[in-house]
Design a protein around this ligand. Structure first.
Ligand SMILES: Cc1cc2nc3c(=O)[nH]c(=O)nc-3n(C[C@H](O)[C@H](O)[C@H](O)COP(=O)(O)O)c2cc1C
Length: 217
């Protein structure tokens, strides 16, 4: 049953603070389904919902890797440090089961594309493969990886920023007037815990006041 009084939580001190509360509040979160390669060119694929756009000009994305308990870094982070490249793959409603499968912790040498039966397609400017069935994949070059946390602040997390250097859009999603059809892609996003949502409707709200030549945010 929902609490009938307002609640204030100090996340550093209150036992009431559960990490899942934060996830459920900052929702829906788009999912970055990130493909990378290791030093030998072996592919890796994993979902990250601590993911978002940072800027559209230049186009920059970010995703964040928690520190796992069984190794120094998640395979995705190890690979972006090695190669300086990653690919964002959009998770449409048709890819949701495959996306979930790729979150399975498998040994570093295992290629999740092969392990989960996901078809690869080649990229143009970066080495990692992309997800062939994804409505859109964005080739990225790493700009910087920044560490947060550690010590009293708890486990470290690493945020990787990447600049988009190539965009693959599947047939039918980019209209002739230049707009990407988000609703047709049916993007999946994460809420709290194991809850997800699919974006299936939208409304249009135009800004009343904008400066001439202002960028569209
Ligand atoms: C929808 C979804 C979102 C996730 N988001 C994150 C995230 O933002 N950060 C993170 O460290 N792990 C996240 N995970 C867990 C990773 O996907 C999981 O640890 C994965 O095994 C990492 O793979 P890797 O070691 O091949 O990089 C998420 C899992 C799912 C299913």
């Amino acid at each position: 049953m929902a609490n009938t009084r307002p609640v204030f939580i100090d996340p550093a001190r209150d036992a009431d603070y559960k990490r899942g509360i934060f996830n459920a509040i900052i929702a829906p979160r788009p999912i970055g389904w990130i493909s990378t390669v290791d030093g030998a060119g072996q592919a890796n694929l994993a979902p990250f919902s601590y993911f978002n756009i940072v800027s559209n000009l230049p186009p920059i994305l970010m995703f964040s890797c928690n520190t796992p308990e069984d190794r120094q870094a998640k395979d995705t982070l190890a690979n972006v440090r090695l190669s300086g490249e990653f690919v964002f793959n959009l998770v449409g409603a048709d890819q949701v089961a495959a996306m979930n499968d790729t979150s399975t912790p498998v040994p570093y040498e295992v290629d999740e594309f092969e392990y989960c039966g996901i078809e690869k397609a080649p990229c143009r400017f970066v080495t990692p493969p992309r997800v062939a069935a994804s409505p859109c994949s964005l080739e990225c070059k790493v700009l910087e990886t920044i560490a947060f946390g550690g010590g009293d602040l708890g486990p470290q997390t690493h945020v990787t920023f990447g600049q988009v250097v190539g965009m693959h859009i599947a047939p039918g999603f980019l209209h002739e007037d230049g707009h990407f059809d988000t609703l047709a892609a049916r993007p999946v996003s994460r809420l709290g815990g194991a809850e997800y949502s699919v974006t299936e409707d939208s409304f249009v709200l135009t800004r009343k006041f904008t400066r001439a030549n202002e960028a569209t945010y």
